[in-house]
Design a protein around this ligand. Structure first.
Ligand SMILES: [Zn+2]
Length: 313
């Protein structure tokens, strides 16, 4: 049997036909065109799924299930409860999708499905217990226990970005204080850089952004740090520290075999991983026992399709 994986993003809908082993056999994408509202978007997801199946040389009968990764939360009835960036509330995604392609439809959070993808065919392939982190606009997380997604008793068990790493820290968009994503997202790195260069316009961070404060992104900070700029090195060092604090909390809570790291900041590669592994080693509780390998995620943009598809397996 084969599986359909749908990666629903704010810009594009990507659909892939995926094998039992988590290999993409064929994929395609169309623009999301969010302004149309949810129903036409979901109908396009169904129509594109049919096209992908046909273009790959398969029939609908070969497809066991459809999985959809959404940037938000869904319930067991196949209703998308909330997608803040899409402005979707209580959307009956499964029902609309099944009007076009009548197969079992499974829906989960995009970071969660990426965790599943990495555990089937990526950085944590073959190990039963792993965690995936994505360092982007926020800090997204997914937990895989015994080869299965763990979402907790109420479906919100892998909101790792909202664990507190500083009890009296910055207030988060969720209302709490010191949430991890206020320190370890790309957004946090950029915000800290902008604040720091107010008193230090000579910092290379600004030069990396072509002199335009608004153009500062994570890459500017990381590249300025590579060149030894003291402000960038300080900010990046703090970033690594808080990232390690959260990772050690995860290790102390669930002791996974692999923690895979993806998202925009992970493009720094070993310049991120080397100091991160060192910092984790300093903070870890068990000094003499093996603990989680910290690895770069490998599937990049395909993680959404593969992980969604594997929901149906
Ligand atoms: Zn929060």
């Amino acid at each position: 049997m084969v599986y359909i994986g749908v990666d629903l993003g704010g810009t594009n809908i990507a659909v892939g036909l995926v094998s039992e082993e988590g290999k993409i056999l064929h994929k395609d994408s169309v623009p999301t065109l969010l302004e149309r509202g949810p129903e036409p978007v979901i109908r396009d997801m169904g129509t594109l799924s049919l096209k992908v199946i046909k273009d790959a040389g398969y029939s609908v009968d070969d497809v066991k299930a459809i999985g959809v990764g959404v940037p938000g939360l869904a319930n067991a009835d196949g209703v998308v409860i909330f997608c803040p960036n899409l402005k979707w509330h209580m959307v009956p995604l499964r029902k609309i999708m099944q009007e076009i392609i009548n197969k079992p439809v499974f829906i989960d959070n995009d970071a969660t499905v990426a965790a599943l993808a990495e555990s089937v065919a990526g950085a944590s392939a073959g190990v039963p217990n792993s965690v995936f982190l994505t360092l982007g606009t926020g800090v997204g997380g997914g937990i895989v226990i015994n080869h299965k997604i763990y979402s907790g008793s109420h479906g919100v068990g892998s909101e790792l970005g909202h664990m507190s790493v500083k009890y009296d820290g910055r207030q988060c968009t969720c209302g709490a204080y010191g949430c991890w994503e206020q320190y370890s997202s790309a957004t946090a790195l950029i915000r800290n850089a902008k604040e720091a260069i107010e008193g230090h316009p000579e910092s290379l961070i600004l030069a990396e952004a072509g002199g335009d404060v608004e153009k500062i992104d994570a890459r500017c900070v990381i590249d300025a740090s590579r060149k030894g700029d003291p402000i960038a090195c300080k900010i990046y060092g703090e970033y690594i520290h808080y990232l390690a604090v959260g990772i050690v909390n995860i290790i102390n809570s669930i002791d996974p075999e692999v923690i895979a790291i993806g998202g925009g900041v992970s493009n720094a590669g070993e310049y991120l991983m080397e100091p991160l592994r060192e910092e984790v080693k300093k903070l870890i509780f068990y000094k003499d026992l093996p603990y989680a390998r910290i690895e770069l995620a490998t599937l990049k943009n395909d993680a959404g399709i593969i992980g969604s598809a594997m929901l149906g397996k």
